[in-house]
Write a protein that binds this ligand. Structure first.
Ligand SMILES: [Fe+2]
Length: 382
């Protein structure tokens, strides 16, 4: 890396250009100053900032910058000097000519041709951190995992949930039934089929992961359907860019009400991150409430929503999967749409349970496990 690294400063010293492997990246002197990884600026244990960044001079400049091995040696005009690892600067800013990705790195998009769902074993994931990390990596990459060997008692999945992140409690409790009942308060509890949807876009935050556990599934029909919402959004962007743009811009509300609960939130059907990549999909026909926008805007929205819906319900994208007793699905609710075929209770009993786990705690578990296992490997080889 260092062989092809070059650095230069603007005349006023407020901008630094770093050329890594012939790819120029520009950094503001003030940004480098407030992020310099030394014990005076950042706490060595947590990486949290110790200086008050907002009090740094707005015209702060660099007086010197040179490559020193694998780091950039910097001296600022407030007297501060520091070394900044080149690898951190490479990660901090994509190269200007890097190709634009449709989703964040590390995701594998799929469609109906998905050969095999990612699988994990319940007991192995509970007992062995490397297996748990592989499961969480698959969940991150593909958006779902099929787990076998789950105890078929009512809260059978709870031990693994607690091992990953706290169970999210909602107005429906912790782990709740998904089964057919009279006077159903939610359409999930009837025997009718369910169109593909994401869960609970009316909550804030929206549940990050759905854990769906099958205790009995003797009913005829009732197979789960899964669609990769990132893939659907990517296809919409390719085939109908105006529809894609409209669904990233128009922000419908979502509402759930019953006697004791009133939940409301809002957000676009396709949400982009700061780099223009698809980061979240919302689709929940039953609870969506678009505002009474001007007629032309609504006409664009309705056409775009239909185009997206046609993709989300297409054979091209739909994977069918019937859960057996003792299996569970963990699904990324910011990415996957799930549904089910209609089922006939005359054929038997269908009893599933589901719980939610938040996104931040799941990501934290994966990242900490990865760091810990890497440290263990380094210790073993040392
Ligand atoms: Fe659902």
């Amino acid at each position: 890396m260092t062989a092809s690294a070059k650095v230069s400063l603007s005349a006023d010293g407020q901008r630094l250009t770093l050329d890594l492997d012939a790819q120029p990246r520009e950094f503001a002197a003030l940004w480098l100053r407030e992020r310099t990884p030394d014990a005076e600026t950042l706490d060595p244990g947590t990486g949290q900032r110790l200086i008050e960044a907002a009090e740094l001079p707005l015209d702060l400049a660099l007086e010197e910058a040179e490559i020193d091995g694998t780091a950039l040696a910097l001296r600022f005009n407030d007297g501060h000097a520091a070394h900044f690892p080149l690898a951190e600067l490479r990660d901090a800013q994509p190269a200007e000519n890097a190709p634009r990705a449709s989703v964040a790195a590390g995701r594998t998009l799929w469609d109906a041709g998905l050969a095999e769902p990612p699988r994990a074993d319940f007991a192995a994931a509970l007992d062995d951190d490397a297996t748990l990390l592989a499961m969480l990596d698959d969940l991150h990459r593909v958006g779902f995992v099929l787990v076998s060997g789950v105890p078929t008692d009512e809260d059978g999945m709870q031990t693994l949930i607690e091992h990953v992140g706290p169970l999210r409690r909602t107005n429906w409790g912790g782990i709740a039934d998904v089964k057919s009942v009279a006077n159903a308060y939610d359409l999930t509890m009837t025997q009718r089929g369910l169109e593909p949807h994401t869960d609970n876009p009316y909550r804030d935050p929206i549940p990050g992961y759905i854990w769906l556990h099958c205790l009995t599934n003797a009913a005829d029909g009732g197979a789960n359907t899964l669609v990769d919402g990132y893939r659907a959004a990517q296809l919409l962007r390719e085939r109908d860019p105006a529809a894609f743009e409209c669904l990233t811009r128009v922000t419908p509300g979502f509402r759930y009400q019953d006697e004791t609960t009133w939940l409301e939130s809002e957000g676009p059907l396709i949400e982009l991150d700061s780099q223009g990549r698809v980061s979240r999909v919302r689709y929940n026909n039953r609870t969506e409430r678009v505002a009474a926008l001007p007629a032309e805007e609504l006409a664009r929205y309705y056409a775009a929503r239909r185009a997206f819906y046609e993709l989300l319900t297409s054979d091209e994208l739909t994977v069918h999967l019937k859960l057996d007793p003792g299996q569970m699905l963990i699904m990324d609710n910011y990415r996957l749409l799930h549904g089910r075929g209609a089922f006939e209770l005359a054929g038997g009993v269908r009893h599933l349970r589901q719980g939610y786990v938040d996104r931040d705690s799941t990501a934290s578990r994966r990242l900490v496990l990865r760091r810990r296992l890497a440290e263990n490997r380094m210790e073993e080889t040392a």
